[in-house]
Write a protein that binds this ligand. Structure first.
Ligand code: PLP
Length: 405
């Protein structure tokens, strides 16, 4: 399918290019030292990802450890409540550890193993990426250092306990505001010192090349399964595919399966409390081009051009940029990016729980909320939503703050 001059039949062969660019977005804006490390990972990935032992090992792990393929469920009660549009969810909440993140963490850790590394390193904010990576490290018998700001360590005690239980070493970062940004800096500094023996594992389609590409490739299993399953269930493709976008990994996973199809694709960003800078994390909607954390993309900046403070009820979505491939698909118009507020998201969280027996992650609830609005606009047809994770982690907070509705 040709779309605005891009041939999607051969898209994955040419995007990103050799240097990690999706059009003008992406690249690797890092120190010479780190550049060397990224090139080593790139080279290894290009060789290893084609090897038959790597592919069959990853396939086996997905089936026997992660519980893939995850099913698609038809939301019959919610659909009939909204009208004539049929809603479906791809159940990444049923992936082991309860979200899509393990898809790329298992891939990254398997790559580390094939490269002969002893340790994986990452930062974490809310702790979801840390838990997924600690799980992968335990499975492969790799050491695991997770850098986390001391403020986040206090806020996210259950995830800290999980990481420790899984054998990870949680490194407390006390500099600056002691949250995600400082944790990123500390983790990168540690990696620079130690990159011969370890590999940095980025938690989304972000960071310097090759991570946006690698993480997309590992997540693309979601789109491959979903396309096949949807065709088998309904005999057709969905009219629309919807996913929430923080960094953008679950979205790239499902989108990649449908880019070359006559399917409308929607990425949903968090509008939080409203459109004022600081009240949301809708970088593609309100941001401008800029470089941060090693890549060029569309980002939210403060008056000094630094990453702006962001907010969302979903801690997995509060990042001031999105992956470079999303910026590219945004400019191209192939994917439409829109927003939903905290309030609309909460409504969807309660509705899906009550009508379908699925308690969604508050991140995924953004996609559900948007699909509910879209269903009313469309009037007929079908929508496939990527349900990126389950809501157990959010339940206590939401009930305490908003009550049982
Ligand atoms: C982390 C997380 C997200 C956001 O990350 P993406 O890279 O944008 O997918 C979304 N949903 C869940 C359940 C998460 O844990």
């Amino acid at each position: 399918m040709n779309y605005n001059g891009i041939d999607f039949d051969t898209y994955f062969k040419y995007y990103p290019d050799q240097n990690g660019y999706f059009g003008k977005y992406g690249g690797a804006y890092v120190s010479p030292e780190l550049k060397k490390a990224m090139e080593e990972i790139s080279e290894a990935y290009f060789t290893i990802c084609k090897s038959r032992t790597f592919i069959s090992e990853l396939r086996r792990i997905r089936k026997e450890f992660q519980g893939r393929p995850t099913p698609i469920s038809h939301l019959e009660r919610l659909s009939s409540k909204l009208g004539n549009v049929q809603l479906y969810v791809k159940r990444e909440d049923l992936n082991h550890t309860g979200a899509h993140k393990l898809n790329h963490c298992m891939g990254e850790a398997l790559l580390a193993k094939f490269m002969g590394k002893k340790k994986v390193i990452a930062e974490t904010g809310a702790g979801q990426h840390g838990v997924a990576l600690a799980t992968a490290a335990a499975y492969f018998g790799l050491e695991c250092d997770i850098y986390m700001g001391s403020v986040d360590i206090k806020k996210q005690a259950p995830n800290v306990a999980r990481m420790k239980l899984l054998g990870a070493n949680v490194v407390e970062v006390t500099e600056g505001l002691a949250t995600l940004k400082e944790a990123v800096d500390a983790a990168f500094a540690a990696y620079c010192k130690d990159y011969k023996d370890c590999i940095y594992c980025i938690g989304s389609v972000l960071g310097p090349h090759p991570f946006p590409m690698m993480v997309r490739d590992f997540q693309s299993i979601v789109g491959i399964e979903a396309r096949e399953q949807f065709l088998e269930m309904t005999g057709e493709l969905p009219d629309a595919v919807v996913a929430c976008v923080g960094g953008g990994s679950n979205a790239m996973g499902i989108f990649s399966g449908f880019l070359n199809d006559p399917v409308e694709i929607y990425g949903v960003e968090p509008l939080g409390r409203g459109a004022t800078l600081g009240d949301h994390a809708a970088s593609l909607k309100y941001g401008t081009e800029g470089i941060m954390h090693g890549f060029n993309s569309i980002m939210l900046k403060d008056e000094n051009g630094e990453p702006a403070p962001v907010y969302s009820v979903a801690s997995g979505l509060d990042y001031p940029s999105s992956g470079p491939e999303h910026a590219f698909l945004h400019d191209l118009g192939r994917v439409k990016y829109d927003v939903v507020s905290d309030d609309e998201t909460l409504e969807a969280f309660y509705t899906l729980s009550r009508l379908e027996g699925i308690i969604p992650a508050i991140e995924s609830s953004h996609a559900v909320a948007y699909a509910m609005k879209l269903a009313k606009e469309m009037g007929k047809g079908s929508i496939l939503i990527n349900l990126s994770g389950r809501g157990d982690k959010d339940m206590d907070y939401i009930i305490e703050k908003y009550g049982l509705r």
